[in-house]
Design a protein around this ligand. Sequence first.
Ligand code: CTP
Length: 472
Amino acid sequence: MPIYKQALNSEIFDYISKASSALQLESYVIGGFVRDFLLQRNSGAKDIDIVTVGSGIALAKKVANLLPHKPKVQVFKTYGTAMLRFKEVEIEFVGARKESYAKESRNPQVKEGTLQDDQNRRDFTINAMALSLNQKDYGVLLDPFNGASDLKNGIIKTPLDPNITYSDDPLRMMRAIRFATQLNFKIEQTSLNAISNNAERLDIITRERIVDELHKILLSDKPSIGFLLLEKTNLLIRILPELTNLKGVEEEKGQRHKDNFYHTLQVVDNIAVHTDNLWLRWTALLHDIGKAPTKKFDKNLGWTFHAHEFVGSKMVYKLFKRLKMPLNEKMKYVQKLVLLSSRPVILAEEVTDSAIRRLIFDAGEDIDDLMTHCEADITTQNSKKLKQYLNNFRMVREKIADVEARDSIRNFQPPITGEIIMKTFNLKPGREIGILKESIKEAILEGEIKNDFEEAYQFMLEKADKLGFKSS
Ligand code: CTP
C-alpha cells in the first residue's frame, strides 16, 4: 500500500494524530485534501476533512485542547460534525458513518459506521481516498475503489451504484459535472446515465448550493465542458431554461440563423481566457438570452432578434431572482452589459465622436469590460473576418481612449448641479431643473459644448433664456 507521509507535513496532522491516540480513535484525512495532493493541484487547501471512527466532535475538542492557541470549536450537532480553524485552514471533523438519506431532503439519518462504510457513502472514488493518521500505519493510503487510478485516468465515478449515490444527495450530480469541468475529467457512462435519470431530484437542492456549483463551473478554464454536460443530462433545463431555449437552428426560405446556445458557450470560453471576473463571465453566458423570445423571420430582413438586448437585460433580473442570486450592483452590472452588448458592434461600422461619448456615458466604469465582452462575442470560423472584426474593435477602443482623454465622460458628473440651477434662476425643486440638466448633458454628449463648468454655464444661461427662465 502506498504511503504518503509527505502529504502530512503540516503540524496540524501531528496534533490530530496525538488527540486520536489519546482518545483511542482511528482517524484519517479524507476527500479533497487527498485528491488534490495526489493531483499535485494547489487547491489552496482551504479545508481539510478528517474522519474518525467514533465521535468527530470529541476529537475536534481534544485537538483544540492540545493546540497552543486553543481555537474555538464550532459544533454542528444535527450533523454530528465540528470545525476548528488552524492558520486560515478550516479543519472539519466527522465521525465515520453509514448514511441513509430521506427521500425528500438532503438531511441524512446518520448511523455510526466503519471507515469503509464512510468511504462507501462518499460522492466519487477520487474523493473517497483516505490517508491514515494512526501511529500504526501513518500516511498509508486507503483507497478501496481505486480512486488513485481514476485520478490518473481522469475519470469521475461513484463508489456505489451511481443511482444510489446521486439519489442520496442530488447535489452530487452538479458536483460530478463541476469536477469534470475543473479537472477536465470524463464522467463514466453509467454515472452520466444515472445523472440523466435522476435529473428531477435536483429540485430538492437549495438554489444557493446549485448556484455555488454553477459559479465554480463558470470560473473554470473551459466552462463549456460543464454547460454541455448540464445540457446533455437534462439538468440545465431545470436551472437555466433561458439557455436551453437558445438551442437549435431554424431555416426559413433558405435562410438559417446560428445556434445561439453553442455560440454562447463559445463566447463564455473566449471570455474565460481574458478575465476571472465572475460577473463578466455571467454576462457572456446571458448576453443572448433575449434572442429566444424575440426571434422572428422577416421576409425582407431574414431572421431578426429585435431588441433582444433590452429583453435579455430584463430577463437577467428574473433569472437572478429565481436562483436567489444577489439583486445588487452585481446584477445591475450584468444587466447593463447585456443591454449594451451590441452597441460597440454598431460603432465598429460607423463611428462618430458623439456615439462614442454616449457609449462611454452609458457604460461608465465598465466600458473596458464591455469591450472585452464584445471581442469574446466574435465566434466566426473565418479567420479573415475574425481579424477584421478584432481590428474594428481595436479602433473603437482607440477612439474611446481618445474621446475619454478629451472629455472625461467615464465618471460623468454633471458640471452644473441642480443647486446651481435653482440658485441661478431662483427656482424651487421641479421639472425645469431636470429639463435644464438633461439638455446640458445632451449638449456635452453631442459635442456641442465641452464637459467643463464655463461652457456648461454659458449654455445653461442661453437655454434658460429660450425656455423663458429669469436669472435672479
Ligand atoms: N462529499 C460527498 N458528497 C457531497 C459533498 C462532499 O460525498 N455532496 C464528500 C467528498 O468526499 C468530498 C468531501 O466530502 O471530498 C469534502 O467535500 P467538499 O469540501 O465540499 O469538497 P472537496 O472535495 O474538498 O472539493 P472542493 O473544495 O473543490 O469543493
